[in-house]
Design a protein around this ligand. Structure first.
Ligand code: ATP
Ligand code: MG
Length: 555
């Protein structure tokens, strides 16, 4: 019996490679395409790649921007990706790379393949190429350009590079064969023509490499030992290995695939997230309802809880969907030990304490954490008018309702017991005010004889309370698998995914810095919004998560 946790299959492979002496250490990489913001799926890959780098002496993880496609890459994305990786707690040190810096190398490798009779320029149209590749049942048929001489191929490839062809008029293809049952191996395209500016190389190139050709070369160039990717690349691996075997590479990386992260009630594709942002269904990439790293950060999910979650779900070879409740559980678990407690009333109802002057002190002293004394305690002011939650009063109490009701008692958290002696309604029949009397000197003591008081409720002092805008976030989709919705994922957006309320909060909350995270007692975990909360001017809080999962019970 050992306490060492069982290694996942990737860490097993690495441990074997190190102990056999195949590698002295490991170099992994996280290779995002800078065409969107990172999401929780990327966090899984980041925690795996950077995690491994932290587990062996001399090991490293590169941050590599896979920016070979000139179409949609932007500096905004590069910056956000760096920020997100750092926020998750990882550091690439000096190992920051851009795949576009290797364009010359990719080109040299292509020329090498042509010279060895392993690549050819095909001038068939994209439609013809597609048709001639056949399908899984039918072998492909050779293009009429397949048997060009090495000299002609070199000449034509140079013309491609020199801009002599229009887009779609020619491609460079690997000469592997046309009969493999793996379609990726049927003379795959290596280069296509795109007369586009690239953010790094400008107009230097009008041919751009395909992912399957570029990626193994990027890995080899950086001496990556283990190239970890998601399962959909499993049947691209033979091609990865083919390029490594046939190109002049400085090292031999090994591709290993693992299951991607999918979460219930969540979409995780960059393309769909972009659509939500661009069509205004959310307020931006950092909308707290999105699974983007910037969104969950603003929502108040702690980085440590994300790392814990990624460890918790583990690394396997089988695709599946993880219950988002598991993530939420890890968030609550973490915040339960790190978040100080405060009081905030989200749906305020005014309570008058008629005999307030009978109480000897006008402050309540409340511990900032119920289990952890190191959080200390705070003094909360208290006066003849306070606010409580509207649903902490019932005019006609239902069975087992132990909070405030006519003639009933309730304890104010950290303060005395009060008894309801009356209430007022407006013309619409809504309750507008509760009248109470307090039992002097009951703070911190058992209920006096003859007084039934079974519950404590939170409250804030009306005289000193601050106004706050509080956003109650909920899941963005109403169904477990939004991608499978008949009407598309937009048809299952949750109309109640955010509800903004005007709350009354403890005065000190208004002066806390943006990013301050706490528990509003009985209400959930909240964070002062990093964009709109301005200390002393505008109190804006986001709900990170309620204290309990209300979805499990058939909502
Ligand atoms: P998306 O599918 O959301 O568009 P992507 O795979 O196109 O994402 P990249 O920028 O190419 O995004 O991904 C960078 C790295 O993150 C890749 O190694 C990829 O395998 C990994 N990755 C992306 N999505 C997930 C996921 N859901 N789970 C685990 N790893 C992921
Ligand atoms: Mg991708």
């Amino acid at each position: 019996m050992s306490d060492t946790p069982k290694l996942d299959f990737i860490r097993e492979i690495i441990a074997t490679d190190l102990s056999s002496g195949k590698h002295e250490t490991t170099i992994t990489r996280f290779p995002p395409e800078p065409n969107g913001y990172l999401h929780l799926g990327h966090a899984k890959s980041i925690c795996l790649n950077f995690g491994i780098a932290g587990e062996h002496p001399g090991a490293k993880c590169h941050l590599r921007f896979d920016d070979t496609n000139p179409e949609k890459e932007e500096t905004e994305y590069v910056n956000s990706i760096k920020e997100d990786v750092k926020w998750l707690g990882f550091d690439w040190g000096d190992d920051l790379y851009f795949a576009s810096d290797y364009f010359e190398y990719f080109h040299d490798c292509a020329v090498h393949l042509i010279k060895n009779g392993l690549a050819y320029v095909d001038e068939e149209s994209p439609e013809e190429i597609k048709l001639h590749r056949g399908n899984v049942q039918t072998p492909g048929t050779p293009s009429k350009f397949r048997d060009r001489s090495v000299e002609e191929n070199l000449e034509k490839f140079a013309e491609m590079r020199d801009g002599k062809f229009k887009e779609g008029e020619a491609v460079l293809r690997a000469k592997i064969g046309l009969t493999s049952s793996n379609m990726n191996m049927r003379d795959p395209v290596m280069y296509r023509i795109m007369h586009r500016e690239h953010h790094n190389t400008g107009s230097a190139w009008c041919i751009y490499p395909m992912y399957d050709f570029a990626h193994p070369l990027e890995d080899a160039k950086e001496h990556i030992t283990h190239s970890l990717c998601t399962l959909e690349f499993e049947n691209h691996r033979p091609l990865y290995d083919w390029f490594i075997k046939n190109c002049p590479v400085p090292s031999t990386p090994r591709q290993i695939e693992f299951a991607r992260l999918s979460l219930t009630y969540t979409i995780m594709s960059k393309r769909k997230l972009l659509q939500l942002v661009q069509e205004g269904h959310v307020s931006g990439w950092d909308d707290p309802r999105l699974p983007t790293i910037s969104g969950i950060r603003r929502r108040g999910y702690p980085a440590e809880a994300i790392r814990h979650f990624c460890k918790h779900i583990g690394i396997t070879k089988y695709n599946g969907t993880t219950d988002v409740a598991l993530l939420e559980h890890d968030i609550r678990n973490q915040l339960n030990s790190t978040a100080p407690r405060r009081m905030a009333v989200l749906d305020p109802l005014k309570v008058v304490i008629e005999n307030f002057s009978d109480e000897p002190t006008a402050t309540a002293v409340i511990p900032n954490h119920p289990q952890d004394e190191s959080f200390g305690e705070r003094e909360v002011s208290f006066s003849s008018e306070i606010f409580i939650e509207r649903d902490d009063f019932q005019e006609i109490p239902e069975k087992k309702y132990f909070r405030l009701a006519p003639d009933k008692y309730v304890r104010l958290r950290g303060g005395p017991i009060i008894q309801c002696v009356g209430f007022e309604k407006n013309d619409a029949g809504e309750i507008t005010l509760i009248r109470t009397k307090l039992l002097p000197n009951t703070t911190g003591k058992d209920s006096p004889e003859g007084v039934v008081c079974k519950a404590a409720i939170h409250w804030v002092d009306a005289a000193t309370a601050a106004d706050a805008e509080v956003r109650l976030y909920d899941r963005l989709f109403t169904v477990e698998d939004p991608d499978a919705a008949e009407g598309g994922f937009l048809s299952v957006l949750n109309p109640d995914s955010v509800k903004t309320v005007s709350a009354k909060v403890e005065a000190s909350l208004a002066t806390e810095a943006a990013g301050f995270a706490c528990q509003f007692e009985r209400m959930g975990y909240f964070i002062a919004d990093t964009k709109e909360h301005i200390p002393g001017q505008a109190a804006v809080f986001n709900r990170t998560t309620p204290l309990r999962d209300s979805w499990g019970k058939g909502k």
